[in-house]
Design a protein around this ligand. Structure first.
Ligand code: NAI
Length: 509
């Protein structure tokens, strides 16, 4: 089944932030759109607002005057629900309340043709439950747009338990025809984006509560080593700590308290204090007019005063060796088991064990440091390392100097298992892996959704594949040993992928 034809009249019910954005998108694609809101004048105001945005786009040369006029001409404000009677697709974007959504969609079903599709823009409710009391639940589906809808490319097409696959494919094609990138997902807590993204906040909050580093330093490691566009604490402040906590609590409760999704006391206590982020002037950061932007902790300059020696095949650290070579720093190669030494300190890429644990297990000498993973060795500007409790300060200084000579700013954090990027990527990949394993969404759908819905530099499974699934599983297994918590369990999908049992890149949806 293809996209709905342009003659299909689209209804949007609820003309708030999302409804207005969705109406804009559908009208710009060429549909006649009837917008209805229960509050008098709100639909007309939303259409006026769309007109203002269209005029601004014309002024900025983003669209021509003609298409702005056509889009405006496609928008009509309804004055009662009956005005939606001729719609072939109705998208509701009203208050996030299951009972009210059920009543409203039930009312619409009485008015429209039996062939009409009823879509919900719910962000956290079960599409299956919303559809359950309809006469034709198979014609109900989730169309989850992201805010602001005219700008954000992603739309999650959320299948309820009984959604007709033809309805799903038609709505998928329609979203694509509207210029969006659509992904299929089953209706489960958080769908794809709001479920898979939880560890991004969860691990950052845990590292903060354990005193691994301060907020600004952790944000810098996420953005500079991990290449995430926005650090988790900056992002939480932007979203609103309360809004984000509600999503976390909802996913946690609806997954029957899966420890992976456990909300954070740190966040709860800030919400209790009314520190909600930008909107309240204070969250993890302060937003007063005189506030000085805080700086991440960065090690002072320390010249390179010892020889860099590569023992055997350094594996992923080979890219670091290349950075030294490119800067004319001589590197000596000797036989060994894949590590780097500078003077009397050894450096290893984290495998989920802290440096101190490597020493205490007899795997590494007292002067040992571990380094966090990075998204792209060629462009990363910061290195995040941690030293064993037995490591001497002067040896650590030598290593800092060597990393600075490779062009890194260096951040030394507390010796936390799996440091920052590695443990966050591993936990994201594990949740993503289970999402594939349980047939909720495909590998491609998840990676696309995370890149477009949350601006991740790579999809978590694509990134895990690049690093090597086996290494990701190692990090998770070591985190389980360190914490004794199921929170870090490795998805069976990841284990199978690591053993090459399952073709990578294929999902079941
Ligand atoms: P909003 O509060 O800006 O707008 C909701 C509108 O619905 C209001 O104008 C209200 O008058 C109207 N409304 C409420 N009950 C109604 C009814 N019974 N009949 C007709 N109109 C009714 O809310 P927002 O943010 O646009 O959210 C709408 C839906 O979209 C919610 O389900 C929300 O979870 C979801 N969503 C929100 C996102 C966001 O970032 N704000 C992102 C993705 C989904």
């Amino acid at each position: 089944m293809g996209a709905l034809p342009l003659e299909t009249v689209v209804g949007v019910i609820g003309a708030g932030t999302m409804g207005a954005g969705i109406a804009h998108v559908a009208a710009a694609a060429g549909h006649r759109v009837v917008v209805y809101d229960q509050d008098d004048g709100v639909a007309a105001k939303a259409i006026e607002g769309i007109g203002v945005r269209l005029d601004r786009s014309v002024e900025r040369g983003r669209i021509d005057e003609e298409s702005a006029l056509v889009t405006k001409g496609n928008l009509v404000a309804g004055t009662s629900m009956d005005d939606l009677a001729l719609c072939g697709l109705v998208i509701e974007a009203i208050i996030e309340d299951l009972d009210i959504k059920r009543i409203v969609l039930g009312g619409i079903e009485e008015i429209v043709s039996p062939h009409a599709i009823l879509a919900t823009n719910t962000s956290s409710l079960s599409v299956t439950a919303i559809a359950a009391e309809l006469q034709r639940p198979e014609r109900c589906i989730g169309m989850h747009f992201f805010n602001p809808a005219p700008v954000m490319r992603l739309v999650e097409i959320v299948h309820g338990a009984v959604t007709d696959p033809d309805v799903a494919s038609s709505v998928f094609e329609t979203a694509e025809a509207w210029g969006k990138t659509a992904v299929h997902t089953k209706s489960t807590p958080g769908f794809i984006v709001n479920r898979v993204a939880r560890p991004y906040y969860g691990e950052a909050l845990r590292l903060l509560s354990e005193g691994a580093a301060d907020v600004v330093t952790l944000d810098a490691v996420y953005t500079e080593c991990g290449a995430w566009r926005m650090g988790p604490f900056t992002l939480l402040d932007l979203i609103g700590l309360d809004v984000n906590l509600d999503v976390s609590k909802s996913v946690y409760a609806r997954t029957f308290n899966d420890p992976r999704f456990a909300p954070s006391y740190v966040q709860q206590s800030l919400v209790d204090a009314g520190h909600l982020g930008r909107k309240s002037g204070q969250g993890f950061y302060e937003y007063g007019p005189d506030t000085v932007e805080p700086e991440p902790t960065t090690a002072p300059d320390h010249g390179l005063d010892k020889e860099v020696v590569v023992h055997g095949d350094p594996g992923a650290l080979g890219a670091l060796v290349d950075r030294w070579s490119m800067r004319g720093i001589s590197v000596t190669h000797v036989a060994g088991d894949g590590l780097i030494s500078v003077g009397d300190i050894q450096l290893r890429l984290t495998d989920g064990r802290s440096a101190t644990r490597l020493v205490s297990e007899g795997v590494a000498p007292p002067n040992t440091a571990v380094m966090d993973w990075v998204h792209d060795w060629n462009t990363t500007s910061r290195a995040c390392i941690a030293a064993a409790s037995t490591c001497s300060r002067s040896s650590l200084g030598t290593l800092v100097g060597a990393l600075q000579a490779a062009g890194f700013r260096v951040t030394v954090i507390e010796d936390s298992p799996g440091l920052v990027v590695a443990r966050t990527l591993a936990t994201l990949a594990s949740v993503a892996g289970d999402t594939v394993l349980h047939g909720i969404a495909s590998v491609d759908a998840i990676d696309t959704a995370m890149r477009l819905g949350t601006n991740y530099p790579s999809g978590p499974l694509q990134w895990a594949a690049r690093v090597g699934y086996g290494r990701v599983v190692d990090v998770l297994d070591h985190l389980v040993e360190a914490y004794g918590e199921e929170r870090y369990r490795a998805s069976l999908w990841l284990r199978r992928a690591a053993q090459g049992e399952r073709p990578v890149g294929k999902g079941s949806t």
